[in-house]
Ligand binder design. Structure first.
Ligand code: FE
Length: 249
């Protein structure tokens, strides 16, 4: 992946000709995006019938293939449109960069480019994360690289292949959507998702995203409150999360 990162030669993040976007505008956009993503995710179910052994989250996935385009249920639609997740962390007046934390031992270079890490046979609770990559001044960073990797529902990493690993680029509005599952726990760590974020031609930010209300957060010395996602439980048992990366550009 280092190769991919260093080959990231696109023009510098989309600041030219763009108006500064207010926090409120981003919140509104995020609400729309989140709703859309939730609707999209509601039609996707993971394969496998075995219950999650660690039962860490509610609403285990059911058994339609990941490619299903079944429409969302009425409940899910109502839920998705009724509640918007707030952005986190804030940018603007209280701007702080998203903090870096350790990469850990399980990064694998050259992950496939994909915004969905879902695949047949994967078990777990569906999780859709949406957000933006933003500059310190709250400008969207288009074509920023985001490379995600995390453990499966049992807390195990795929260190031979690329299960639950993938990179993607933000769109022209600086937005990203990741479809995946809630990672399980493994000894010594709270629940987390690893990520590398890189604005075009800028330094790589290596960090981790955390889940609110996890008993392990307080005991995990890598945990930082600024890395907490906002999480919402959907009516269908899946989860919607949001997180904005604020990078040094
Ligand atoms: Fe980890």
């Amino acid at each position: 992946m280092e190769t991919k990162h260093t080959e990231h030669t696109q023009e510098k993040a989309g600041t030219t000709g763009k108006k500064k976007v207010s926090r409120r505008q981003f919140m509104l956009s995020a609400a729309v995006l989140t709703s859309t993503a939730v609707l999209a995710s509601c039609g996707i179910r993971l394969g496998g019938s075995k219950a999650e052994s660690d039962a860490v989250q509610s609403g285990n996935a059911s058994s339609t293939p990941a490619s299903s385009t079944a429409p969302p249920s009425a409940n899910a639609t109502a839920n998705a449109t009724a509640t918007a997740l707030a952005e986190t962390p804030a940018c603007g007046e209280e701007s702080t960069n998203t903090p870096a934390v350790t990469e850990g031992p399980y990064f694998t270079a050259n992950s496939p480019e994909r915004s969905s890490l879902l695949q047949q046979g994967l078990e777990g609770t569906l999780l859709t994360i949406t957000g933006y990559v933003l500059s310190k001044s709250c400008q969207p960073v288009k074509h920023a690289l985001l490379d995600f990797w995390h453990a499966d529902a049992k807390g195990e990493y795929d260190n031979k292949g690329y299960t639950l690993r993938g990179h993607q680029y933000t769109d022209d509005q600086g937005k990203f959507t990741l479809q995946t599952i809630v990672p399980g726990l493994y000894p010594g760590r709270s629940r987390h998702i690893h990520v590398k974020a890189q604005a075009p031609n800028e330094k790589i930010l290596t960090t981790q995203l955390f889940f609110p209300n996890e008993p392990g957060n307080a005991k995990d010395n890598i945990f930082k409150e600024a890395l907490l996602m906002n999480i919402r439980d959907n009516a269908d048992g899946s989860k919607a999360a949001s997180f904005n990366f604020v990078v040094q550009v």
